[in-house]
Ligand binder design. Structure first.
Ligand code: GUN
Length: 708
């Protein structure tokens, strides 16, 4: 295999910028720009002891795909010979590593050995002098067992040292600003807020590591670990990657990443190897306990456990370290693939079954998702849910914990808040609904399995709301092809679900339908499978589907949705699904067959821009409305000629963005007067659009400016 090419230094103006390339809620595939190339996240910085290089950094770069390493500037500073050599030649040459070099500051040594002798400015200056890409200020390690007042001191003193550290770092050395605060949620949030708001003379902190967590990981106190992460994160802006200081066991990667960690660092690959332990994504394996490899890797491929046990100590450590690093890298790439596929929570859930402590932590996270209480943890949880695209293509396996996955909670919340019963019926009447017809024990696609009975019931009583029972609750028939409700994978039995009266009542309360009488329709009582299609009813059902999806996914009120779809007609596919929707002869949108969402057309976007003339502005407070209308992004004048002809909206060119933007869903792009510039799919949230300065904010589907 050819060695990867030398990294390209970033452009001067991009130094320290973080961009989001893909995301699933809080988990993100990102890129931090440095002088030694991009740090592609989520990623692991293997810890290098400059005196004992079990795997040469160059080999990590060439054979393991390692883009960045971390070493300790204090250890270098303490050893005169090494210090002078590195001062003379630079850290990249001495470590022989072409990628990103991160250094720590000696704080961890102060935790292990007591005080360190180096000064706050001195250690930052040293990191700068040896040519490090990302250094770390000398923070105060807050142990979990410290008293509250000691932890308050750790938070305050770390923040007090920040301004001086940033000043010394200057313009070229990116700096880590660690978050302390022990187990106290409020102190973690305070530390996050202090450290992220400190404005440096040259630049601000580039990354926020979560510090003081090693003792928790050593004792497998994972619940507290994630509690700390969520409380710290509540105050950290989205343009600063989050580093989990000292975390490197692959078992912890999926859940950490699902909750927003971007960078890991650890010496686990070599420490475990020295102790004859193999890392695996599902836990740790002791070499002495095995006769066959329970996990495969290039490193182990041509050996047997017996042979490895008989190797001399150094050779064995070297081999097991390579295995451990390989497995670590493989799990990270699995996580990145899962983010792209919208499956990071599925992976986190699978891994949670591998350790009782991790399972406890995962269930605690699910409890938080279920309750979304107050305080910093609750805030982060709400952020996770609202930044998650509720719909996604592809099947999703039904599992015990599926209901509390953020995308499902988001969709259920949108259903509960934005869905309303129809205001008019297929026969033209406009009275209140008279009954609910709930189809149960039918498998999707419900437009095939249940359509005939629904038509029969609608003929019998036009003021009927058809609903269907799914394993994830009762939903309006109008949303029958919206994933994930219709894309669940599992045994056929799962569609046989039936809820008891109390459960049905709860679901109906969520929909605001609990006062309307209902009838349940079991499969055997389909009373008229031969009912001929009724054009008028079909048109009404189609219109309900579009109006309801516009409400849920675009925050367009049903009455505005009805105006937008006035005179609606559609073109259907061979399989009889709506593919193009027209209003008064104009093609306004297309339902997406892959996930049940909708894609606007330029014609549709133009009508909506007129319908919702308000221009978003970061300086203005958002109004709290039930339906805020199609989400909009206002761009600055410089960007209009590009976006207007179909180029994507880039971060840094945005002057306002509606708070109700949902990543993955349609939005309009307007100028400061509210004129339509383009329409597309938002990739980030409004809070992210406010702070990010690089990367795509909106993927444009069509520009509104004519190309002359
Ligand atoms: N390495 C592991 N934990 C910490 C921490 O809290 N601070 C610093 N600077 N390094 C660490």
């Amino acid at each position: 295999m050819a060695a990867p090419p030398a990294p390209h230094p970033c452009q001067e103006y991009d130094l320290g910028k973080f961009e989001i390339l893909a995301r699933d809620g809080a988990s993100r595939i990102g890129r931090l720009h440095t002088k030694h190339g991009p740090l592609n996240t989520p990623m692991l910085l293997p810890v290098i002891n400059p005196n004992i290089r079990t795997i040469e950094p160059k080999e990590m770069w060439e054979k393991f795909g390692i883009g960045g390493i971390i070493t300790n500037s204090y250890i270098i500073w303490k050893h005169d010979k090494l210090k002078n050599l590195i001062l003379e030649k630079g850290v990249h040459e001495v470590l022989d590593f072409p990628g990103v070099i991160v250094t720590d500051s000696g704080t961890f040594q102060s935790y292990v050995y007591g005080d360190v002798e180096v000064g706050v400015s001195e250690i930052v200056q040293f990191q700068k002098d040896i040519g490090v890409d990302i250094g770390t200020m000398l923070d105060i390690f807050g142990r979990p067992d410290m008293s509250r007042s000691q932890l308050e001191y750790a938070v305050e003193e770390t923040a007090n040292r920040a301004t001086e550290s940033l000043k010394v770092a200057g313009n070229n050395l990116l700096l880590n600003g660690p978050i302390q605060g022990g187990l106290h949620e409020d102190l973690r949030a305070l530390s996050g807020s202090l450290m992220s708001s400190i404005e440096g003379e040259h630049r601000n902190f580039a990354i926020h590591p979560i510090g003081g967590i090693v003792p928790l990981m050593e004792n497998q106190r994972y619940k507290e670990l994630f509690q700390i992460l969520l409380s710290s994160k509540s105050e950290i802006p989205a343009n600063r990657p989050i580093h989990f200081f000292g975390c490197g066991h692959p078992l912890l990667f999926p859940l950490s990443i699902a909750l927003g960690v971007d960078i890991f660092d650890s010496a686990a690959y070599v420490l475990f190897a020295r102790d004859d332990r193999l890392l695996s994504p599902t836990g740790t394996i002791k070499l002495q306990d095995i006769n066959e490899w329970p996990i495969s890797s290039n490193a182990l491929f041509s050996t047997t456990p017996e042979e490895v046990k008989n190797m001399d100590k150094n050779e064995r450590t070297s081999l097991l370290s390579r295995h451990n690093l390989e497995i670590t890298q493989a799990e990270l790439s699995r996580c990145r693939a899962a983010i792209r596929d919208g499956k990071i929570w599925q992976l986190a859930e699978q891994r949670s079954h591998c350790s009782p402590q991790l399972r406890t932590a995962f269930l605690w996270v699910l409890d938080q998702l279920n309750e979304a209480g107050e305080g910093p943890v609750g805030e982060s949880i709400l952020d996770i849910i609202s930044s998650t695209n509720p719909v996604r293509k592809g099947g999703e396996s039904l599992s015990h914990d599926i209901e509390l996955r953020p995308h499902i909670l988001h969709l259920q919340a949108l259903l509960a808040t934005r869905w309303k019963s129809p205001g008019s019926w297929w026969d033209g009447s406009t009275s209140d609904p008279k009954r609910l017809v709930i189809i149960e024990k039918k498998a999707p696609p419900w437009r095939i399995s249940s359509l005939q009975s629904i038509i029969s019931y609608l003929i019998e009583e036009p003021n009927t709301i058809p609903l269907i029972v799914t394993p994830l609750g009762i939903i309006p028939f109008s949303l029958e092809d919206l994933s994930p409700w219709c894309h669940l994978d599992g045994s056929n039995e799962m569609w046989n679900i039936s809820y008891d009266e109390d459960e049905i009542f709860e679901f109906l309360v969520d929909l605001g339908l609990e006062e309307i009488p209902y009838i349940m329709v079991p499969p055997e009582s389909d009373y008229d499978d031969d009912t001929p299609n009724n054009e008028q009813i079909m048109d009404w059902l189609d219109r309900c589907a579009i109006v309801d999806k516009l409400a849920l996914l675009c925050s367009i009120s049903p009455s505005n949705g009805c105006k937008f779809t006035e005179g609606m007609s559609s073109r259907r596919s061979n399989t009889n699904r709506m593919v193009n929707v027209y209003a008064d002869g104009k093609h306004i949108l297309s339902p997406r067959l892959s996930d049940g969402g909708i894609s606007l057309t330029l014609e549709g976007a133009k009508i909506l821009a007129k319908m919702f003339p308000e221009v978003p502005n970061f300086e203005k407070e958002a109004k709290d409305l039930e339906y805020s209308g199609i989400p909009k992004i206002c761009i600055i004048d410089d960007a209009i000629p590009f976006v207007g002809i179909g180029r994507n909206v880039m971060h840094g060119y945005i002057s306002g963005a509606d708070e109700h933007i949902i990543p993955g869903q349609p939005c309009l792009v307007v100028d400061s007067l509210g004129n339509l510039v383009a329409h597309g799919t938002a990739l980030t949230t409004s809070t992210e659009m406010r702070v990010l300065k690089k990367g795509i904010a909106v993927k444009i589907r069509g520009g509104a400016l004519k190309i002359s």
